[in-house]
Design a binder for this molecule. Structure first.
Ligand SMILES: Cc1ncc(COP(=O)(O)O)c(C=O)c1O
Length: 386
């Protein structure tokens, strides 16, 4: 079998990007190159317009009316750190889930170790499913926030946003949602649901470059509840040495990553042109095809029913090999790029019984094809018969 290059690691970062992304990056680098909002010259104005338009695109994708409620960050991790460190205070209790990525669980743990907060990790009632009842059991009088991952980066399953937002509304909690795996695949209407803060990457489902992300703030969220985590130049109120208290400047200091944002803007255009609904269906079709092929390989172990996979991410193992051995062979001998081990989510593996050995994870993007899956199964066949 000849060695191809097949990328199946879109849950880490999407690749390839739509062609408009690299074009937009190059255009900004070569033709604009200016810092937005710091000057009145034409380059600065063009950069400022691009920045504003990209905020509008993200706001509309997330169901928020105010574009200034989109805070650009370097990643989903930075966005979630801003929400967690910005909102949580001494004595608070937080409810979170067993499906968190380290980008939420580690900030919570760091705050707990400093003696600032305590948190409870709520197990699901079944696989990745949560009900109001199972969350309410863990409420305390000082519970301040619920921090939850919308879709698992390991198993591709998703929680019901309605359950978490109802829980937060009913008990007046701040809701902080990690939409790293769902943005660009599943619809999210923050205002309708009442999700307060949403952390998103720009470089996964939105197909932008690495180094992009945002914290999206609900229109009704009172920003006095969240302190900034970065202080510095904003181009506004330059006569004052205190941080501005309006959006987005309260949380955005320093020259923005305009090169990344130019690419992100083009990535979102491509996603919108295709439509999130079509991307979702494309990934569902690939997941079903994977499971159809998997049923022919008796040594292949999967962990969730394909019906429950919402984001085109699948975890599996092959009997007789560790996930790292299989991942290495797939890459080294066949050029298939997967992700192995625990995927920065030890709690999710504990909840699903795959800790500490982990799984091989494949994750589809808008450009993945059935032929990639056929090639993967040819490789698995050769490995199992070696
Ligand atoms: C569920 C989840 N949350 C957060 C992150 C962190 O995203 P970023 O790399 O943009 O910081 C990831 C990345 O894999 C993820 O899958």
């Amino acid at each position: 079998m000849s060695k191809n290059k097949v990328y199946l690691d879109n849950a880490a970062t999407s690749f390839p990007k739509p062609p408009g992304v690299a074009k937009a990056v190059l255009y900004f680098m070569n033709e604009v190159g200016a810092s937005p909002g710091r000057a009145a010259h034409m380059g600065s104005i063009e950069a400022g317009e691009l920045l504003f338009e990209t905020r509008e695109k993200i706001a509309s994708l997330c169901g928020v009316m105010g574009p200034m409620r989109v805070i650009f960050t370097s990643s989903a991790t930075e966005a979630l750190n801003l929400a967690i460190f910005g909102c949580l205070k001494k004595g608070d209790h937080i409810i979170t889930t067993s499906f968190e990525h380290n980008s939420t669980i580690r900030p919570l743990k760091a705050l707990e170790e400093k003696g600032t907060i305590k948190f409870t990790v709520v197990p699901p009632y079944d696989k990745h499913q949560y009900t109001l009842d199972c969350l309410e059991k863990h409420l305390k009088p000082n519970t301040k926030a619920v921090v939850f991952n919308h879709a698992s980066n390991v198993f591709g399953t998703a929680v019901s946003l309605e359950v978490f937002s109802e829980f937060a509304r009913k008990h007046r909690l701040i809701s902080i949602c990690d939409a790293s795996q769902s943005i660009g695949v599943l619809p999210i209407d923050m205002d309708e649901l009442g999700i307060d803060l949403l952390g998103i990457p720009g470089h996964k489902g939105l197909c932008g470059p690495m180094g992009t992300g945002a914290l999206v703030i609900n229109d009704s969220f009172d920003i006095d509840q969240m302190s900034p985590q970065k202080f510095g130049g904003t181009g506004s109120l330059s006569d004052q040495i205190v941080q501005p208290n309006f959006l987005p400047d309260k949380y955005e200091s320093g020259t923005p990553n305009m090169i990344g944002i130019a690419g992100l803007s083009a990535g979102i255009d491509a996603i919108n042109a295709e439509s999130i609904g079509k991307i979702f269906l494309h990934k569902k079709e690939l997941v079903n095809y994977f499971y159809q092929r998997a049923s022919e390989v008796k040594e292949l172990i999967t962990y969730v029913h394909p019906e429950h996979i919402e984001t085109g991410t699948i975890s599996f193992n092959l009997e007789g090999l560790s996930s790292s051995e299989l991942g290495f062979l797939l890459s080294d001998r066949f050029g298939i790029q997967t992700r192995i081990g625990l995927h920065c989510s030890p709690l999710a593996h504990q909840a699903m019984g795959t800790f500490p050995s982990g799984t091989v994870r494949i994750s589809f993007g808008p450009f993945s094809r059935k032929s990639d899956i056929d090639y993967l199964f040819d490789a698995i066949d050769e490995i199992s018969n070696a």
